[in-house]
Design a protein around this ligand. Sequence first.
Ligand code: ATP
Ligand code: MG
Length: 424
Amino acid sequence: MEYQRPKGTADILPDQIGVWQKIENTARSVFSKYGYQGIRTPMFENYNVFVRSVGDTSDIVTKEMYDFKDKGGRHITLRPEGTAGVVRAYIENKLFGPEYQKPYKVYYMGPMFRYERPQSGRLRQFHQIGVEALNSESPQVDAEVIDMALELFKNYGVNNIKLVINSLGDDQSREAYRKALIAYLEPHFDELSEDSKERLYKNPLRVLDSKDEKDQEIVQNAPSILDYLDDYSSKYFEEVKSLLTKLGIEYEIDSSMVRGLDYYTHTIFEIMSNSKAFNGKYTTVCAGGRYDGLISQLGGPDDGGIGFGLGVERLILLMEQENPNFSTPSNLDIYLAYADEEGDQLAFELLHDLRLQGLKADKDYSGIKLGSQIKAAVRLNSKYYAVLGKEEVSEKVIKINKVDGNTQEVSLEDLKKNASKFLK
Ligand code: ATP
Ligand code: MG
């Protein structure tokens, strides 16, 4: 094979596309119930948009970015995540003006790019569905966003999940915690991984997120951020928890959860599953949180925001296990097979009428045998098929067969008037 797709990418073929489209459409309909509208930002941004937001000590920026100089010498990055671009667009288009809805609620879906070691559920081009509620700083918005994420999973028919939350507090709380964490980690300096040594003074919270086993052992006894929240932050977190309880939402608190991006403050959350799809190991499918400093950091007003991103490839792995019947839609309403030249002509013309009536209909154009045409109808997942030939042309009546059942005779005239009546 001379040409192969780049490592860590996938072709999503027509036999999988039904699931993808249903996942996306379900997200659109759930999000719209909560007042969210779509937004589409560029697939690439200036390098600094991500360095400023995601953080220069994060895995994403230090190791995973697809960045390059374009022909005009600009430093460009293929987006590794969705929030930074949305916030950039929010600021650039001044969507914080008084004429705009508060919070400014948007959702996106599309490919993201990270230079990672490809493995199951981890690609270099992957897809996220995400939301952002900008210009908001209210525990109600946090609870609503979490509620919406869970509602989405309900609509996907995935019940084997848990919600994990934590609070990172505001800048002040984080500064106090930072000091405490450095004091705790310093005596273990020599045992830390190289990455963690590097990050200890620059951004010790990153050490909590390390995937290195020894690091993970060391941080097990680290102080908890929840003990360092200032008054405002801890009240905020209490309120979020109480609102979740009011909505009947169960959660776990993991005080060592920090997330992989530097911009988070206050509430952060992950939706995880230990489904067989992940070999029983808790894996994050959807993750998000509040980012109250981010908008001003990128040059905008001092507004807060909160959002989440959901990995579609990982969601599909999960759904194949937890809800395999999510999508088996019929591709076609009817497939018109032909037995001879006259039938072929009739089929070609009838298709035009059926499609004008809004039906999904198709035929063969390559002259294959009748038996193969009927097999094609089954393979294309058509609900009905008919065989047209000389007789049907002269009688003006055709037999419509349900692919898995009975047959009915319908006049051509009736079909041309209202075919959907016969193709339920
Ligand atoms: P991980 O710890 O697994 O690397 P992360 O913290 O980098 O995840 P986020 O940046 O929060 O992940 O992205 C949100 C979701 O996007 C993840 O929960 C996951 O479902 C998905 N995701 C992230 N990176 C990848 C990838 N390389 N391939 C496929 N999906 C991904
Ligand atoms: Mg990652």
